[in-house]
Design a protein around this ligand. Sequence first.
Ligand SMILES: [Zn+2]
Length: 52
Amino acid sequence: MATRKQPAVPPKDARQAGSVCGKASDKMICDICADKIRAEALGKKKREEKGA
Ligand SMILES: [Zn+2]
């Protein structure tokens, strides 16, 4: 069996609208969460750049 990285969120949950904050939205991720995720990704990158 190959060791594959599984997504943090199961697909059935990811299909829910506003899967990030639970807010009703026609988009998968509302603008607020999209911004949050973007900031989080940026922070992660910064941390990686700094070195563990
Ligand atoms: Zn949201």
